[in-house]
Design a protein around this ligand. Structure first.
Ligand code: S3P
Length: 172
């Protein structure tokens, strides 16, 4: 797989709670590749947390930073890159990912996502009256776009190392 990748990166896309960061970290370790998390890099570049960026600068500013950070990271492949759930919705970002990487969509059912996002409280888009309805709406908007990924792996509740095996299988 490493030979097949060359300088290209493995880019994980999908909804919040799909497991992009946790699976990505383990996948990178398994393949002996560097790992980067776009959300973490944005936070470091901004010197603020994501909720703070949304609150102080708004979502458009966040999206702009996200696009730049991902473009910069992709120049430094090969690596495993976990992106934020909205990143792949941006056409420029999709093009950059297609040029520099192989895209893996971690696809999960609404109930799986809902259970997982409830464990963490740092997603500004889910600060709504009805997070379930919000997630359902995002799924509807995003799944047709995520479907452009090179491979799709269904994210379900198995040990994360098993998810890593499934990603590697899908890529080889
Ligand atoms: C977002 C997902 C988050 C983060 C931001 C917006 C989204 O990343 O980038 O809160 O639009 O789906 P995760 O997918 O890692 O939670």
């Amino acid at each position: 797989l490493n030979e097949l990748l060359g300088v290209r990166s493995i880019v994980l896309v999908g909804m919040m709670g799909a497991g992009k960061s946790s699976v990505g970290k383990r996948l990178a370790r398994r393949l002996n590749l560097a790992f980067a998390d776009a959300d973490t890099e944005i936070e470091q570049a901004a010197g603020m947390t994501i909720p703070e960026i949304f609150a102080h600068h708004g979502e458009p500013a966040f999206r702009d930073g996200e696009k730049k950070v991902i473009a910069r990271l992709l120049e430094h492949g090969p690596m495993v890159l976990a992106t934020g759930g909205g990143a792949y919705m941006n056409g420029d970002t999709r093009d950059a990912i297609a040029r520099h990487g192989i895209t893996v969509w971690l696809k999960a059912e609404l109930d799986v996502l809902l259970r997982r996002v409830r464990r963490r409280d740092d997603r500004p888009l889910l600060k709504t009256e009805n997070p379930e309805a919000t997630l359902a709406r995002l799924i509807e908007q995003r799944y047709p776009v995520y479907a452009q990924a090179d491979v799709t792996v269904v994210s379900h509740d198995v040990p994360q190392e098993v998810m890593v095996d499934e990603v590697i299988d899908a890529l080889t």
